[in-house]
Design a binder for this molecule. Structure first.
Ligand code: ARG
Length: 482
């Protein structure tokens, strides 16, 4: 913007009727530019209209406005909604935000009744109310998306309850596990993320409306009525807290950041497994792209982007933390900066969750490659040590040492543990018998791990049915609640 434009004063007429009573001239163009939030908060129109309708109903039922005014306000707000949804609404940066836009248009449509709507209300409690409603809506969408995601993961886990793959620690082959077990780990994470979102919903679901600018109001309003009408559990107890707290938004961003790290880890494994060096899975055409120079390439772009998005989502959380840090009570305009990070993080996360669900529905593992890799790297060495403990009553530390020597021998011979002869094993520990060979296969290893939460296929199947039941119970709960 040029200096000349900077100094240019804007037409004061739009604000005149909202707050311009004591002002001589309108704000400078740059003031208007930094002040306006309409560019992003227009997304709150539905929540703003719902809040205004509940407020108007309450003003009428407490006798603060007449029933005629209430009806006019309702009809006017419906018209505003229709105009916005038809793309026929005119936005004007001079009107700052969505609240002033809707109210100003309402006054054009219904006159004085519209000018009475702002009685016993401030934009401070209004925006806090709208934003809570918006976040609640996002959480409810995520809840449904999680149900689909978890159910997709469960199908994959079910199909692959017996598919053997290497389990890793330090990304080094550790012990064989099943693919079903591995996927069920993500089901556990997803179920916690879903529950965390619902916890967040529980805490945010209180109504700021009626806190007015900061101190409450002298009008005999009924905050319980508006809270109930908007589906809140209760009005917030403290008017200062009601207008100035954004921990609900921070909590949502923190929850999404955690959930995004889980998606990111799964995405990373897809990237890794799809590389020919691993060869554990083939990417479907729908979720990969080609290279413009290397014709053989199939790139896991969707997985890579999901892996990356957590950066933006947790960045949004950190950004809002910095906005809120050190702000005095009650409202400050700083808080207008709460919306963009939340909108962006919610959009990003939604895209990640939908894309990941699609990728898992299209999941094409290569069991032969997984099985072959599971047998490499002496992955049943722990089973060998456990056998020495069980059968020869050797203390585990000694068994660990003996096993280490056997692994070293196999390494020298360039063969797997199961390929060593009994004589070779006995050269290290004479008491070893041929029964040792029963525990050296990856199948035996996996089948033996029946401890609660372990990888044995029968365990994994039990975990899958328990998770399906939990998912169904949650589904029934949401059906009866709605
Ligand atoms: N657009 C503002 C926001 O998002 C609404 C509240 C403005 N309040 C005020 N006192 N200027 O925070």
């Amino acid at each position: 913007m040029s200096d000349q434009e900077n100094e240019k004063k804007t037409d004061k007429s739009s604000q005149q009727s909202m707050w311009g009573g004591r002002f001589g001239a309108g704000p400078s163009a740059v003031m208007q530019e930094i002040n306006a939030s309409i560019g992003f908060d227009k997304r709150l129109y539905g929540e703003d209209i719902a809040g205004s309708m509940a407020h108007a109903d309450m003003l009428a039922s407490t006798g603060i406005i007449t029933a005629e005014d209430r009806d006019a306000i309702h009809a006017g707000l419906e018209q505003v909604r229709a105009e916005i949804e038809a793309g026929a609404f005119t936005y004007d940066p001079a009107l700052e935000d969505i609240h002033m836009h809707i109210e100003s248009r309402l006054r054009e449509i219904v006159g004085d009744a519209g000018a009475r709507l702002h009685t016993a209300r401030s934009r401070n409690d209004q925006v806090a109310t709208d934003f809570r409603l918006w976040c609640r809506g996002a959480i409810e969408r995520f809840d449904e998306l999680y149900a689909a995601f978890i159910s997709t993961l469960l199908d994959v886990a079910d199909t692959h309850a017996d598919t053997i793959m290497p389990g890793f620690t330090h990304l080094q082959t550790a012990q064989p596990v099943t693919l079903g077990h591995h996927i069920m780990a993500y089901v556990e994470m997803a179920m916690r993320d879903r529950a965390r979102l619902m916890d967040c919903r529980g805490r945010l679901n209180e109504s700021p409306l009626g806190a007015a600018a900061l101190a409450g109001t002298g009008f005999a309003i009924d905050r319980h009525q508006t809270a109930e009408a908007l589906g809140f559990d209760a009005p917030m107890n403290n008017s200062l807290d009601a207008v100035s707290s954004r921990d609900f938004a921070l909590e949502l961003l923190a929850t999404l950041s955690i959930a995004a790290t889980h998606l990111s880890r799964l995405a990373d494994e897809i990237v890794l497994w799809a590389t020919p060096a691993f060869g554990f899975l083939t990417l479907s055409d729908s979720f990969s792209t080609g290279s413009s120079i290397m014709p053989q390439k199939r790139n896991p772009d969707a997985a890579e982007l999901i892996r990356a998005k957590v950066g933006r989502i947790s960045g949004a959380m950190n950004g809002l933390m910095m906005v809120m840090k050190g702000l005095p009570l009650a409202y400050s305009k700083d808080m207008q900066e709460d919306k963009e990070p939340v909108f962006k993080a919610v959009d990003d996360f939604e895209l990640c969750l939908v894309a990941m669900t699609g990728m898992m529905a299209d999941f094409r593992p290569n069991p032969a490659a997984m099985r072959a890799a599971a047998g490499q790297g002496f992955s049943t060495a722990t089973d060998l040590a456990d056998w020495l403990v069980r059968e020869l009553k050797m203390p585990f530390r000694d068994a660990h040492h003996v096993t280490g020597a056997i692994v070293k021998l196999a390494e020298g011979e360039n063969c797997d543990l199961a390929d060593l002869t009994l004589d070779q094993m006995q050269s290290i520990e004479p008491k070893i018998t041929s029964a040792i060979f029963d525990v050296l296969s990856v199948e035996a290893s996996v089948a033996s791990r029946t401890s609660f939460g372990g990888t044995a296929p029968e365990n994994v199947r039990a975990q899958i049915s328990a998770a399906r039941k939990k998912l169904d119970d949650l589904e029934k709960l949401s059906v009866t609640e709605s």
